[in-house]
Design a binder for this molecule. Sequence first.
Ligand SMILES: C[S@@+](CC[C@H](N)C(=O)[O-])C[C@H]1O[C@@H](n2cnc3c(N)ncnc32)[C@H](O)[C@@H]1O
Length: 221
Amino acid sequence: MQSPFTLDSRLSLCVGFVRADAKLADIGTDHAYLPVKLALEGRVKSAIAADINPEPLSRGRQTIEKYGVQDRVSTRLCNGLEGISPEEVTDIVIAGMGADTIIGIISCAPWLKDKTKRLILQPMTKGERLIKHLYDSGFEITEQKCCIAEGKPYTVMCVEYTGNTTPCTELFTYTGKLHPESREEDREFLRLQVRLLMKRSAADVKYKELAEIITERTDPQ
Ligand SMILES: C[S@@+](CC[C@H](N)C(=O)[O-])C[C@H]1O[C@@H](n2cnc3c(N)ncnc32)[C@H](O)[C@@H]1O
């Protein structure tokens, strides 16, 4: 079914990683656009729109009622995944938050270390810390893409647990599984990473070296 509203490119990218017939949890849902959109399109079995704050959750409830999807989308007032049990979800979206908050949420739910669960993560800042944490904890990025929303590049990672704690390189924490050779959005995101690294290079020359390697991949001379 065609849904009556469109998501911005950032949330659309997240939606693209949600599996068909998933039992979804959208953590930090705010307006609940993402789970409502998926429910309207019949793409999820069920969805939990969760938020730690009552105000955003009440905005979410309004969206759910407006589009009449109360039978498929429920709300949950909770910190991260604390009020959600493993049987209720297969796919978990955590979008629009800083990496440290996302790391905190993942660390408090050890049941995510399950190969059947999928995490869809969209950090607003410090994505490199999130990637390091994921690889140190036995998770792996299966796919990663970028988009431009309101002129700014964002990245979304599709993550699954493997149990392998293969350490990743520092370079990988900045580049992840992006494809600068074929996607302009990925190049834009990596150019942002380069600017960030160049700012850090005043404190440590290693950041300049990382920036140069990324530039070579993104904009080869
Ligand atoms: C900027 S909004 C993002 C909304 C939506 N996910 C998006 O990406 O557009 C962040 C939301 O996360 C919620 N939030 C922050 N920390 C949280 C936590 N630990 N658990 C659940 N929700 C949280 C906030 O209340 C807020 O509604």
